[in-house]
Write a protein that binds this ligand. Structure first.
Ligand SMILES: Cc1cc2nc3c(=O)[nH]c(=O)nc-3n(C[C@H](O)[C@H](O)[C@H](O)COP(=O)(O)O)c2cc1C
Length: 203
């Protein structure tokens, strides 16, 4: 499937840095712009401004910010999670965001971006584990970046980073669309032996 063949694909970028001027958010914005240039519909959920309260399973009524974030998650066919490396782990903001969801993530593809002074591999592994628990798929690779080295003073990415961000945008769309299409067909046809019929939601 070529990127140009994709019709009506919704990609949600989730930014997990609380830092003004975040490098991971900058890179995520570039991924979303690249996906939009290939005809994807894109939205950004910036957790620095979204103001999601700490998840509590005991809370019956949700804040407007949670309702809005959940609508974006339900809308999405695929995700790119962008996260700083904090102590080799995902940020609390990303974990808190993930804690709110599971069925809405099932059958959808996730790509990962990590801002790190190292390689960010443990951060990606943690996000992958959480996504897998929610029956989401993950791209086999992620993009890690070192903000001070990979962006110049004007905020322009290095050629290598630029290439990787475009690859991530392209792959999350192409593979995300295939998986989503199959997942929805399995739900619509109530395919008995599919995990879609057990875990999928119809929205
Ligand atoms: C609390 C904290 C812990 C951090 N731990 C690590 C770490 O373990 N490894 C690392 O490479 N960088 C670590 N960093 C550096 C950040 O990952 C780095 O500054 C990154 O660019 C932040 O992403 P952002 O620009 O998107 O906010 C840490 C930064 C903070 C504030």
């Amino acid at each position: 499937m070529a990127t140009g063949d994709i019709v009506a694909f919704n990609l949600l970028g989730v930014s997990g840095s609380m830092r003004l001027g975040s490098y991971s958010l900058k890179a995520l914005t570039m991924v979303l712009e690249s996906a939009a240039s290939h005809s994807a519909q894109t939205k950004l959920l910036d957790l620095r401004t979204a103001d999601l309260p700490m998840f509590s399973p005991d809370r019956d009524e949700h804040a407007a910010s949670v309702i809005e974030a959940t609508a974006m998650v339900t809308w999405a066919d695929a995700f790119v999670l962008a996260c700083p490396d904090y102590h080799g782990s995902m940020s609390g903001a990303i974990k808190n965001f993930l804690d709110y969801h599971w069925e809405e993530l099932a059958g959808k593809l996730f790509g990962y971006l990590v801002s790190s002074h190292e390689k960010g591999l443990t951060v990606m592994d943690q996000m992958r584990t959480a996504v897998r628990q929610c029956y989401g798929w993950s791209l086999p690779y992620g993009v890690s970046l070192h903000g001070e080295q990979d962006f110049d003073e004007a905020g322009k990415p290095s050629a290598t980073l630029d290439e990787r961000l475009r690859m991530l945008a392209r792959d999350v769309m192409v593979y995300g669309a295939m998986l989503r299409q199959q997942f929805q067909a399995d739900i619509e046809q109530s395919v008995a032996d599919s995990f879609a019929s057990r875990y999928g939601n119809q929205s």
